[in-house]
Design a protein around this ligand. Structure first.
Ligand code: PEP
Ligand code: MN
Length: 337
């Protein structure tokens, strides 16, 4: 439920409401708007006495939140959440681009790709040290050795770095080396992992599962938020459909749907959707036009030699031209790039 304070409510009125919520053993979340303050209540609201808040000074009205997700919901927090990491904002006016190789393969490749994507305008560097591969015989990632390389990339280039965490046992370790943790599609409903990253004080990029509904996706975000970590960035990477011509189907409608239902930033991964470098630009243009706050793109300096996902990786040159071409799309929807 949410408590909407009246325009005339002062800080003491807000404080009194919050104290009442807490004394009932529930949690309160404040969202200050331009004109009114909204207080979200999370927990078993049946514990509250009927009519308890209506009569309090400054309270305008009580609204029930029907959606199963609360803290992730736009009802709780009408304004867009902007997540900031080392001066890089995600969810603001500017389109934020994360780019880099699927996997960390060698220090030489890693630095060459990082320097190049930075020059092209990427602000976040993506690269995985732990790889969720369909086959146990395929390259599984470099582990902590890779994480150390990623940290070095950050130190030497100043890029914000992100990587996937797959195992609850590695959350603390991964958080030690990178700025942003990523939970991949295969783990979107790994509730133990979601709770664990929810205890970390670093932002989390959460990707949708290949068959997840919008509501299940937002409930996964709710899991992270319910542990205290509100810095969740949703990454839509398409879903599996009957269509075999693409790796995944990019449901463009998912973007405005997510934006309508949540205040969290929404970025799009065109690479794992298309599965083919030839379609990355069209998918990226569509995503930005539909309201995405950013992109997560796979880029490699030598895609033919990439240890995974080379087929869908852009060359550094193609990434550079993508960045130039997207500026006009961003401007058309009043976004900066
Ligand atoms: C990735 O981004 O490297 C990845 C494995 O993607 P997804 O989890 O979306 O399949
Ligand atoms: Mn990949």
């Amino acid at each position: 439920m949410i408590i909407v304070m009246g325009k005339e409510a002062d800080a003491n009125n807000v404080k009194a409401v919050i104290e009442k919520i807490k004394s009932a053993g529930l949690k309160a979340f404040i969202s200050e708007g331009e004109f009114v303050t909204i207080i979200g209540v999370v927990g078993d609201v049946t514990k509250l006495k009927k009519g308890e808040f209506e009569r309090m000074d400054g309270v305008d009205r009580i609204v029930a939140v029907m959606k199963p997700y609360k803290q992730a919901s736009r009802d709780f927090h009408p304004k867009n959440s902007v997540i900031e990491v080392d001066g890089v904002k995600i969810g603001g006016e500017k389109i934020t681009i994360a780019a880099g190789p699927c996997a960390i393969e060698s220090e030489e490749f890693l630095f060459s790709i990082a320097e190049s994507v930075k020059k092209s305008g990427a602000e976040i560097f993506r690269a995985s040290a732990y790889k969720p591969r369909s086959s146990p015989y395929d390259f599984q990632g470099m582990g902590e050795k890779g994480l150390k390389m990623l940290k070095k990339v950050k130190e030497e280039t100043g890029l914000v770095v992100e990587t996937e965490v797959m195992d609850t046992r590695n959350v603390e370790l991964v958080a030690k080396y990178v700025d942003i943790l990523r939970v991949g599609a295969r783990n979107m409903q790994n509730f133990d992992l979601l709770k664990e990253v929810g205890k970390v004080s670093k932002p989390v990029i959460l990707k949708n599962g290949i068959s997840a509904t919008i509501s299940e996706f937002l409930m996964a975000a709710e899991y992270i938020m319910s542990e205290g970590n509100h810095e969740v960035i949703l990454c839509y990477r398409g879903i599996r459909t009957h269509e075999p011509a693409v790796r995944n189907s990019m449901d463009i409608l998912a973007i405005p749907l997510l934006k309508a239902n949540t205040h969290l930033p929404v970025i799009v991964d065109p690479s794992h959707a298309a599965g083919n470098f030839r379609f990355i630009e069209a998918t990226s243009r569509a995503a930005i036009a539909a309201g995405a706050d950013g992109l997560l793109v796979e880029v490699h300096c030598n895609p033919e030699k990439a240890m995974c996902d080379g087929k869908q990786s852009l060359t550094t040159q193609k990434f550079d031209s993508l960045m130039k071409n997207l500026k006009a799309v961003a401007a058309a929807v009043d976004r900066k790039m």
